[in-house]
Design a protein around this ligand. Sequence first.
Ligand SMILES: Cc1cc2ncn([C@H]3O[C@H](COP(=O)(O)O)[C@@H](O)[C@H]3O)c2cc1C
Ligand SMILES: O=C(O)c1cccnc1
Length: 348
Amino acid sequence: MQGWFLQSPKLLSDKHRDKAAAWQLQLTKPAGSLGRLETLAVELAAMQHKLHPHVQKVDICVFAADQGVCAEGVSAFPQSVTSQMIANFVGGGAAISVLAKSLGANLSVVNLGTVFESVSHASIFDRTIASQSGNIVKQPAMTEEQLQTALMQGKEALTRARKSGCELFIAGEMGIGNTTTTTALLVKLLHLPVTDLVGSGTGLNAKGVAHKVEVIERALARHQQAILPLDILRCLGGFELAALVGSYIAAAQAGIPVLVDGFICTTAALLACRVNPGVEAWLILAHASAEPGHKAAAQALNKVPLLDFQLRLGEASGAALAVPLLRLACDLHNNMATFAEAGVADKA
Ligand SMILES: Cc1cc2ncn([C@H]3O[C@H](COP(=O)(O)O)[C@@H](O)[C@H]3O)c2cc1C
Ligand SMILES: O=C(O)c1cccnc1
């Protein structure tokens, strides 16, 4: 029996892509003059199987989990910040809370397991798998069962989003130490040196980064036998990374466009595509994270991020920032006058 995550994603509509591209040619502007706003609207039309796409209903789900590798001292911040930020997400004070409110987007949090106690709230789904993932320098991050549960939590988040009529899905993550797990995972996927991909995360100094490199090297040596994408995820990921992967695959299967956040989310997106290649067509990269590994992950996906604002936060903040661009692309596509309607002479 194949896992649900191997089932084919929905196909984009070539018919609607062609119709939308032809429609763009009729609008009162030189062809191509709105650049990527045009191609975005056309791709969204193909994804939504309609000539006039909409991305008003946006669902943002932040997957949170603690990382066992925090014991190695790989973050500039203490592990307690993961659960404290969960409270901040629903309290309205986090960057993503402010952005989601401003966008009129639905924001929820899935807690997959934190060492410190987390608050309860209607927008927090307590889906604790364990208090934290395994320390990757000593053991696999997850058991096979934990991996399956985390992937499924991503799918369930998507099911909730879909029920509320979501037109655009955004996933985010929170987990102190997860730039370490993500970097290890990306090294395995791309076969690049750790030093090419590693960054300061929440703000390590040079000594801290050197120690992080050493920790990642130890984890990689420990998990040399992991070759297949899901095994790499199980050994070197975290619960939130696995949930991200599950949510991207489920969004593609449900036919919902995805706006992908920074370094951690883009690495999860790459992994989702390695597991199930058809997912790629459903992903739009929102922004270029300042974390060095992001560039390599984006290149491996053969995608160019929409924005470069030097963000290095995570939480889905960079993806939220790009929502107005997608909305404006749709607005222009749907509401500009045609040459015939406006009585403007078309190209001779
Ligand atoms: C207050 C605060 C809020 C955050 N929101 C996202 N992250 C980001 O930083 C973490 C990864 O960086 P590292 O691997 O260096 O720990 C993740 O939790 C990520 O989402 C935050 C980090 C902090 C400190
Ligand atoms: O781009 C990201 O996802 C990122 C970068 C640094 C820290 N946390 C997240």
